[in-house]
Design a protein around this ligand. Structure first.
Ligand code: PLP
Length: 350
C-alpha cells in the first residue's frame, strides 16, 4: 500500500502496524491464532473489523443522498473513507502524517475550533492564525494564505464558533491555489443548507473532508468520525492510526443509526426551526449587540452586559462557551431543548 508523496520525511520508510498487516495482504484465514485473544470471551473477545467495507458503503450511500448539488457524479467509494475515534482523531492523524515538525506551517483562519491549533502545537508544527474577515466573519483572506504556502490549511465549514459558511467559490480557489492540503471540517454540515465539499473531491487531490457522528447524528459518546479523501491519503493514514481505534460497540451504534436514520433526520429539522426562533428572539433583546446568522446547532452572540450574563449563567449552573478572547463580549450557545432555550433567554433578558 503506497504512501502519499507528501508524508512526513521521517515516516517514508514505515511499514504497516503489525496487527493490521494481515488485513491488507492477500492472505485469507478462518481461524485466527495470531492475536492472543481469549477464545472463551464474549461478544467483544475479538478485535473489531478494520476494513469496515459494508459500513463505509452504507455511510457513503447516506451522506451522498443528503442535500446533494443538482448534478453530480459519484466519485468516492470505500477506499476514500477512514473511520476514526471521533474527528479529533482525524485532526491529530493528519497533523502526524503530513507536516514535518519544527518546519512545516499550518494555517488556521480564526476564530475557529481551537483543536486545530492545540494539536498542531502538540505536534511541534508552526501555526499561523489568519483572521476571518467581513462583518459575518465568513470571508477568508485567500491572498495571505497563498503567500504563506502552508502544508495544511484547516477550514471549519460551517464554522465553529461563528456558525457561518465559507462559500464554495472560496474553497475551490484555495484548493486550486495551494500545493498543501485543504482540510474542510464539516462537523456541522448536516445542519446547513450548503452542500458538502465532498461532491468536488475528484477535482482536487489536495482536498480532505472531516466528518463526525458527534453532532448531527447524535452519537458524541460513541466516538466515531470519518476522513474522506483520495485513496493515497487514506492509505497513508493506515500506517499511522492505532490499529483498532473504532471499537465493535462504536461500529454497531453507527450501523444502527445509518440503517434507520429517519428519526435523526427529524431532529435536524426541529433543531433548525428552534435555531431560527432563538435567533429572532435574541436579535430583539436590548442586551444583545449582534447574533451571527448560523447554519449549525449553535449561535454566537455579542452582549452589552457580558459580565453580568456570565455571572448569572454561572449562578444557574449553565455552561456556554466564552468566546470573548476571539470576539469582544461574545459567547456561543448550543440549541438545547425548548425549556433550556427558554431559561437561557430569561438570563439574557436580565
Ligand atoms: C468543528 C469541530 N470539529 C470536530 C469536533 C470534534 O468532534 P468529535 O467529537 O468527532 O471528536 C468538534 C467538536 O466540538 C467541532 O466543533
Amino acid at each position: 500500500m503506497k504512501m502519499h508523496k507528501n508524508v512526513r520525511i521521517s515516516l517514508k520508510k514505515l511499514s504497516l502496524p503489525t496487527p493490521i498487516k494481515k488485513y491488507f495482504s492477500s492472505q485469507n484465514w478462518d481461524m485466527d491464532l495470531g492475536s492472543n485473544t481469549n477464545p472463551f470471551g464474549g461478544d467483544f473477545s475479538n478485535y473489531p473489523d478494520v476494513m469496515q467495507l459494508d459500513l463505509k458503503k452504507l455511510y457513503l450511500k447516506r451522506i451522498l443522498s443528503l442535500n446533494p448539488p443538482p448534478t453530480f457524479e459519484v466519485v468516492v467509494d470505500e477506499n476514500n473513507v477512514l473511520f476514526t475515534a471521533g474527528s479529533m482523531e482525524g485532526i491529530d492523524l493528519l497533523l502526524r502524517a503530513f507536516p514535518d515538525p519544527n518546519q512545516d506551517l499550518v494555517c488556521i483562519p480564526t476564530p475557529t475550533f481551537s483543536a486545530y491549533a492545540h494539536w498542531s502545537i502538540i505536534n511541534e508544527l508552526r501555526v499561523k492564525k489568519i483572521p476571518l474577515l467581513g462583518k459575518n466573519l465568513d470571508q477568508v483572506d485567500i491572498e495571505s494564505i497563498i503567500k504563506l504556502n502552508p502544508k495544511l490549511l484547516f477550514i471549519c465549514n460551517p464554522n465553529n464558533p461563528v456558525g457561518t459558511l465559507i462559500s464554495h467559490a472560496t474553497l475551490k480557489k484555495l484548493c486550486q491555489s495551494l500545493s498543501g492540503f485543504i482540510i474542510i471540517d464539516e462537523a456541522y454540515i448536516e445542519f446547513s443548507d450548503q452542500h458538502s465539499s465532498l461532491f468536488y473531491l475528484n477535482e482536487y487531490p489536495n482536498l480532505i473532508i472531516l466528518r463526525t457522528f458527534s453532532k448531527g447524528w447524535g452519537l458524541a459518546g460513541v466516538r466515531c468520525g470519518a476522513i474522506i479523501a483520495h485513496k493515497t491519503i487514506i492509505d497513508t493514514l493506515r500506517y499511522i492510526q492505532y490499529p483498532f481505534s473504532v471499537s465493535i460497540p462504536s461500529q454497531q451504534a453507527v450501523r444502527e443509526i445509518l440503517t434507520a436514520p429517519e428519526k435523526v433526520f427529524e431532529t435536524w429539522k426541529k433543531i433548525e426551526k428552534m435555531r431560527r426562533s432563538l435567533y429572532s428572539e435574541l436579535s430583539q433583546k436590548r442586551n444583545v449587540i449582534k447574533v451571527f446568522e448560523s447554519q449549525t446547532n449553535f449561535l454566537m452572540l455579542a452582549l452589552h452586559n457580558f459580565e453580568e450574563v456570565m455571572r448569572n449563567l454561572k449562578q444557574e449552573k449553565i455552561h456556554v462557551l466564552d468566546c470573548s478572547s476571539e470576539l469582544l463580549q461574545s459567547i456561543r450557545v448550543s440549541i438545547g431543548t425548548e425549556e433550556q432555550n427558554q431559561k437561557f433567554l430569561e438570563i439574557i433578558s436580565g
